[in-house]
Design a protein around this ligand. Structure first.
Ligand SMILES: [Zn+2]
Ligand SMILES: [Zn+2]
Length: 182
């Protein structure tokens, strides 16, 4: 039986963005088993799926205090960690890698990631696209998943490139006018 680390009541199975997670009906916190958070993130914003979720990059997480709660899955005391440069403080189990988010914290993480992507110049997105291209062949995820990542980052790169280089659209139009391959 999985218990809420905050209110000590039993958690209920809930479908959150298509992924089965454990939610507390009292405080509306959510427990994500290892890997579930990435699935939910991908469902929440297709444009973010290629960001190698900084959440599980331990060096980006700063331990801020001892947590008050025990992991709903395995009972270990969880750590309170600050999520990268955001104001979100989440709880993570160092044993099973499960993550507890209090109500509204997932939305804050998504907003933070979207802000990061929005501020990225085309050059940085270009580097990310190259890395993603390599990942299609050697990445940790299934090939079809890596291709989706690549498409997501390429789409963003195109948008950003046109914003930063408004003349490129004109050049492309001229090119299409001239090309014999129509
Ligand atoms: Zn609760
Ligand atoms: Zn655990």
């Amino acid at each position: 039986m999985r218990m809420c680390p905050r209110c000590k009541v039993e958690l209920s199975k809930k479908r959150y963005k298509g992924v089965l997670v454990d939610e507390c009906e009292n405080c509306h916190g959510i427990f994500f088993d290892h890997g579930e958070l990435e699935k939910v993130r991908d469902a929440a914003d297709e444009n973010l799926r290629w960001l190698d979720f900084v959440l599980f990059n331990v060096s980006d997480l700063q331990k801020v205090q001892a947590d008050q709660g025990d992991c709903p899955k395995c009972g270990f005391a969880m750590d309170s960690l600050q999520y990268a440069g955001s104001s979100v403080i989440l709880s993570k189990c160092s044993n099973c890698q499960g993550v507890w988010l209090d109500k509204g914290e997932f939305q804050k993480i998504i907003a933070y990631l979207e802000g990061l992507v929005a501020a990225m110049p085309a050059s940085e997105l270009g580097d990310a696209a190259k890395r993603q291209l390599v990942d299609v062949f050697v990445g940790p995820k299934r090939e079809s998943e890596e291709i989706k990542d690549l498409l997501a980052v390429t789409r963003l790169l195109e948008e950003r490139w046109i914003v930063e280089h408004p003349t490129i659209e004109k050049i492309m139009e001229t090119y299409y006018e001239l090309t014999p391959f129509k």
